[in-house]
Design a protein around this ligand. Structure first.
Ligand SMILES: [Zn+2]
Length: 146
């Protein structure tokens, strides 16, 4: 079996990332006091915010282009399709869809251990990456799935 990958070793690539920001909000469980009163009237540390009075609140903002990366490892995960006939209702047996995943590990984000960047979020130029971000952000604004 021969594989031809989209990118090669040493090539510069640009990832696109979805920027999620954490804007902590007042804990709704304790209304920001950090404590809760139980049935026995004892005050306890709020189990939702652990006394911090605020909780994590992720706000999705938008797609953006990450820093330039250098390809250092290619990971291909190709699962063959098979069908052992009987559809027993247990998905572990009987039927398997063909799956192909092409991922890259880069010098800047770790090779062997670190981030695996998949081809749907990796581009050969900053311009292409920017264009894809614009496309996805425009779709987001229309409230459609990306
Ligand atoms: Zn709380």
């Amino acid at each position: 079996m021969k594989y031809e990958t989209v990118y090669r070793f040493g090539q510069s690539v640009w990832p696109i990332l979805f920027n999620r920001r954490n804007i902590p909000k007042t804990c709704p469980a304790c209304k920001g006091t950090g404590k809760v009163i139980l049935a026995d009237k004892k005050k306890r540390l709020c189990p939702e915010c652990y006394g911090r009075q605020v909780v994590t609140n992720w706000i999705n903002s938008e797609w953006y282009v990450g820093d330039e990366l250098t390809v250092g490892q290619v990971r291909i995960e190709h699962t063959c399709a098979f069908n052992d006939g009987e559809d027993s209702g247990f998905s572990n047996y009987g039927h398997q869809e063909e799956k192909y995943k092409e991922g890259y590990m880069c010098r800047e984000t770790g090779i062997d251990s670190g981030t695996v960047w998949y081809i749907d979020k990796l581009f050969a130029s900053h311009e292409e990456a920017r264009a894809e971000c614009d496309r996805r952000n425009a779709k987001d604004k229309l409230g459609r799935a990306v």
